[in-house]
Design a protein around this ligand. Structure first.
Ligand SMILES: Cc1cc2nc3c(=O)[nH]c(=O)nc-3n(C[C@H](O)[C@H](O)[C@H](O)COP(=O)(O)O)c2cc1C
Length: 230
């Protein structure tokens, strides 16, 4: 059986909060090749049940370890616990506000504070619309503090055919930020003669007709030389 954990394993803390977008969290956990430490907020549990046919246990089954959000003594609460990155997906406006204000009253907000102070990768995936000035200012503050603000804001240039394609678009952008290879969505190759072209992912679901003869760029893109549009 294929291992979900590469060697040496990247350790990623995944926080799931009570914003709409539980399918993003599930899809990320399915595609992340890392030692995942999962924390699900109480409000997220309700949203997961409301938005999917799954429950928190289904997400936990995809993680190496799960901690209660109330457990401020759990390892990710300490800077001495070596995790490489944290992703909060979806990230509620409440959690954004707490992190921006330096409030670390649960394990998700505390681990985010740790990521910021230790200068580790912190990816926030907010989902709200419209965006109030308060949320915008909080997100700008966090971006200046070193967080990556990656809104759940799918594009359409990969010609999504269903909801999962839209979910995969956002998850692909998260994996790109983590430097993880993936083939979730085709990569942008420009517009030739007015026709949008994109490389098909490996094992694509019939998308090759849109990219005859093109070599899938696969994934593993990094901050350097990334070819996909954002
Ligand atoms: C069904 C449902 C959908 C919600 N959607 C959002 C949302 O899209 N964005 C958001 O910021 N808050 C949303 N909320 C509100 C948050 O759950 C609420 O602010 C909560 O305090 C977040 O707490 P947490 O960040 O600790 O999970 C939603 C709540 C429910 C019940």
């Amino acid at each position: 059986m294929e291992s979900r954990v590469p060697s040496p394993a990247m350790r990623v803390v995944v926080g799931v909060t009570g914003a709409s977008g539980a399918p993003y969290a599930y899809a990320l956990l399915r595609n992340l090749r890392a030692e995942v430490e999962l924390v699900v907020s109480r409000d997220a549990e309700a949203v997961i049940r409301a938005e999917t046919d799954r429950g928190p246990a289904d997400l936990a089954a995809l993680a190496a370890r799960t901690y209660a959000n109330e457990d401020l003594a759990a390892p990710p609460a300490s800077g001495s616990h070596p995790f490489d990155a944290m992703v909060i997906v979806p990230c509620s406006g409440t959690t954004v506000a707490k992190i921006a204000a330096g409030i670390a009253d649960n394990l998700i907000t505390r681990a985010a504070a740790v990521a910021l102070k230790e200068r580790r990768t912190l990816i926030l995936v907010p989902r709200e619309t419209p965006l109030s000035p308060i949320l915008l200012e909080n997100l700008a503050k966090l971006a200046r503090a070193g967080a990556t603000v990656l809104p759940a804001m799918p594009g359409f240039y990969h010609r999504p055919r269903n909801v999962q394609d839209l979910v995969d678009f956002v998850v692909a952008r998260i994996l790109d930020q983590l430097g993880q290879p993936h083939d979730l969505v085709p990569r942008w190759e420009g517009i030739a003669g007015g026709t949008v072209t994109a490389s098909a992912p490996r094992g694509s679901r019939g998308r090759s007709s849109r990219s005859p003869g093109r070599t899938p760029s696969g994934g593993g893109s990094s901050r350097r030389g990334r070819r996909s549009r954002s």
